[in-house]
Design a protein around this ligand. Structure first.
Ligand code: ZN
Ligand code: ZN
Length: 308
């Protein structure tokens, strides 16, 4: 299955044959909560999750370019949508085309829908018409035009890639549908529910290399997966979606950590998720010194030695 993207060379994301639209319908059927309240523009009726998700906008990305270089390396460029010059920016140098693709998909700016092009000038979610007192807002996560009622949540700007926000913005407005999927995605990671992780992610609007900064701990999705204890979920993120375990800071390669400084391996060790520990150490070559808690390190070493 491939996600909806503006680029033609899509990354294969899973072996599921269910389309994102079917996933959205399944989500809507699986919940009956009315959580979007009254919408004057929608005839004063209460809106269900199904109402809103049926109008959900799958985000599109600004064009990117991947240029092969010598030595099996690939240079990736992304295009900014939010500067007058529409600058082309170098994203990085990657050791495979797949990794370059994945990085572009995770960091290319999202295209903002132009409400002026929409004859009806209506909120994407509740369909209320925009007017002087019902202003247009852009969801910073998907780029849809929505009304204030349908974008009542704001996220710390770290929850979206830096290319999605203007310089200096501390919080960003997001639409109710994006927030719904964000909560669902985080919950399914923490529960280790691989089917729901794949389904939620395949809707196209979840961010993989941004922390869940609305919650204490600042876990990145990979941390939440380690905490959830499902090796399948960890492998889906690392092997299918190519989520990196490290990033480069000041020329140094450092692991992604929670706000209390825990790397993914440390979290898996603390949770006694030994199959995840074994996978990270033996297959991904993660250094064991990432586990700083002495007791956790001892437990992990003795467990790994027993296996040999
Ligand atoms: Zn609305
Ligand atoms: Zn949105």
């Amino acid at each position: 299955m491939s996600k909806s993207r503006s680029n033609t060379e899509d990354v294969v994301t899973s072996t599921s044959t269910t389309t994102p639209r079917e996933h959205i319908r399944n989500f809507a059927r699986s919940t009956s909560i009315v959580f979007f309240g009254d919408k004057a523009g929608a005839g004063g009726q209460k809106m269900t999750v199904e109402d809103v998700l049926s109008n959900f906008h799958v985000r599109q990305y600004c064009p990117w370019e991947i240029v092969p270089e010598g030595g099996s390396r690939f240079r990736a460029y992304i295009q900014s949508d939010h500067t007058p010059a529409a600058e082309r920016m170098m994203l990085g140098l990657f050791t495979s085309r797949e990794h370059a693709q994945s990085a572009c998909a995770q960091q290319s700016p999202v295209v903002w829908l132009d409400e002026k092009l929409d004859e009806n000038r209506r909120c994407k979610l509740c369909q209320a018409g925009f007017a002087l007192l019902r202003r247009v807002h852009h969801c910073r996560n998907c780029g849809a035009c929505v009304c204030a009622e349908c974008s009542s949540v704001s996220w710390p700007s770290r929850m979206v890639p830096p290319t999605y926000v203007h310089v200096g913005e501390k919080r960003v407005r997001v639409c109710d549908a994006c927030h719904f999927f964000f909560e669902r995605f985080r919950k399914s990671l923490l529960e280790g529910n691989i089917d729901e992780v794949v389904a939620t992610y395949s809707t196209g609007n979840c961010n993989l290399v941004c922390p869940f900064a609305l919650y204490e701990g600042n876990h990145f999705p990979l941390h939440a997966a380690a905490q959830g204890g499902s090796l399948d979920v960890v492998k889906f993120l690392v092997e299918v979606e190519l989520v990196p375990l490290y990033f480069v800071r000041g020329g140094e390669t450092v692991p992604y950590t929670t706000s209390s400084g825990m790397a993914v391996l440390a979290l898996a060790a603390r949770e006694k998720a030994m199959d995840i520990v074994r996978y990270l150490v033996t297959e991904r070559r993660v250094q064991m010194d990432q586990v700083q808690d002495v007791k956790d390190l001892q437990d992990m070493c003795s467990w790994l030695l027993r296996e040999v």
